[in-house]
Design a protein. Structure first.
Length: 474
């Protein structure tokens, strides 16, 4: 695997050495933002440390996003966000690339200070080089990075295995730069910085002794409660992995009892000790109906979590190849180690769900129009969720609209006027009969339009883009 700087990762395999050399040569003249402080030092156009001659292309770099105006409380969140290293996974398709780029843009816009790594899998050297060159011109902070793997972690029938497998591979080769690591998806838009604070602990269910307080630390695993991940009831009966296709095709696994199957999925045997063998549906709902974002301390990731998540995924896929495979394997990794998760109701707007902080949206839309008011004011409510999961609810705009051939969305400056689906999306009148839903729709579109404007600035199509995206300002 390789990253933007072309540096070899600690566990790089011998057969990748030649690929690495090619990538380093191709990136030697990438925009300065891609390099470490040492590598960015230039002298008369010569790339110090890397060798070779580089053109001064800083003028062509995309302008950095203008941060929102912040209160003192928001400024403290920006400072605290430096304690968290965020990672997400993508394949190397244009479809995922623009989501990752928009995620980076929104993070920069709200002042996320800690490192962010987008782990791109299934990348040929040529595709990685193209993405790296564009990333280097985005005007992003140096610690917003892309890391590439040639390996294909997904299998036919599932597109989510690259999250646990890609995270594990990156963690073992490079690893986080902070003590707290968080996992999100590329289709997450930042509304405010993500910190290690457990301020959302009060919203968690269960914890009769009182939930953990302070910050994420060793022994404290935190995630967003996902109502979709609950079992059918909250009884004292054993929990089950719902929607496993029946009958199980693997004849050996088909002979196991439900408890033996869970134990095998979590340990690889039917006799090992595991929390997966028996857990009530009620405890599963209180402590393990979870999904992104997921946060844990580096010592927990290193000691058991990252490897268990990967290994359980590889066994679970033999009986379950559905949309929530990565989330079920995450839950089972925690259940196996008898690690209760602190499930906050404060991290995302996805829903609609009673376990998300929609009350903050109600407060906001009672005072202003989220489609027209200055974005600084729209995002000012400190009770807002940290993210909009912008593809999850059906009445917001959906990434499916942009599943088209290359180039990716933010590189279509010259065709934006003839792309009826895209320009139509930007022109579409938002249904304001439900202002709560209009909030997520309009905020997401405004981020999208602002990122497009920034990307197309200085191109012949800039005037057309500005006209099409009028009204969508940040």
């Amino acid at each position: 695997s390789f990253d933007l700087t072309g540096k070899r990762t600690r566990a790089a395999h011998t057969h990748r050495v030649r690929t690495m050399t090619i990538i380093r040569a191709l990136l030697a003249c990438a925009a300065p933002a891609a390099w470490s402080a040492q590598a960015r030092t230039t002298n008369g156009g010569t790339c110090a440390h890397h060798g070779g001659t580089c053109a001064d292309d800083s003028a062509s770099a995309i302008q950095m996003a203008t941060p929102v105006r912040m209160s003192k409380r928001q400024q403290r969140m920006v400072e605290d966000s430096d304690k968290v290293h965020i990672a997400c996974t993508c394949d190397c398709s244009e479809y995922c690339e623009w989501q990752s780029e928009l995620m980076f843009y929104s993070a920069q816009r709200v002042g996320q200070r800690g490192p962010i790594t987008s782990i791109h899998t299934e990348c040929s050297p040529e595709r990685a080089q193209a993405i790296a060159r564009r990333h280097a011109h985005l005007g992003l902070p140096e610690n917003y990075r892309v890391h590439f793997f040639e390996e294909k972690f997904n299998e036919n029938g599932t597109h989510v295995m690259n999250k646990p497998l890609g995270v594990a591979a990156w963690f073992r080769e490079v690893g986080p730069e902070r003590d707290v690591m968080a996992i999100i998806d590329p289709d997450y838009l930042f509304l405010k910085p993500l910190t290690a604070s457990l301020q959302g602990a009060a919203s968690a269910l269960g914890w009769p002794e009182g939930p953990p307080t302070g910050e994420v630390r060793k022994g404290v695993v935190v995630a967003q409660r996902w109502a979709e991940m609950r079992t059918k009831t909250a009884s004292q009966e054993d929990f089950h992995i719902y929607d496993i296709p029946m009958p199980i095709k693997n004849q050996t696994l088909a002979k196991l009892t439900p408890a033996e199957l869970r134990t095998w999925i979590c340990t690889g045997t039917v006799t090992a000790s595991s929390g997966c063998t028996h857990m009530t549906q009620e405890d599963h709902w209180l402590y393990h109906a979870s999904g992104p974002p997921m946060l844990a301390h580096r010592e927990d990731w290193d000691g058991w979590l990252v490897d268990s998540w990967r290994d359980i995924t590889l066994r679970l896929r033999l009986v379950y190849k559905r949309y929530f495979l990565d989330m079920w394997s995450w839950m089972l990794a925690n259940i196996h180690h008898r690690q209760r998760e602190l499930l906050a109701h404060t991290y995302q707007y996805g829903g609609p769900s009673r376990y998300e902080p929609w009350g903050a949206v109600v407060e906001t839309v009672s005072k202003l129009d989220p489609c027209e008011a200055p974005m600084d004011e729209v995002l000012a409510n400190p009770r807002h969720a940290t993210f909009i999961h912008f593809t999850w609810h059906c009445d917001s705009w959906n990434k499916i609209w942009f599943q088209t051939k290359p180039p990716q969305v933010f590189e279509r400056c010259d065709t934006i006027g003839t792309d009826q689906r895209f320009s139509g999306f930007l022109h579409e009148v938002v249904n304001k009969t439900n202002m709560t839903r209009a909030f997520t729709t309009c905020v997401a579109r405004r981020f999208m339009a602002a990122a497009l404007k920034r990307s197309c600035a200085g191109t012949p199509a800039a005037v057309l883009v500005d006209r099409i995206t009028r009204g969508f300002t940040l």
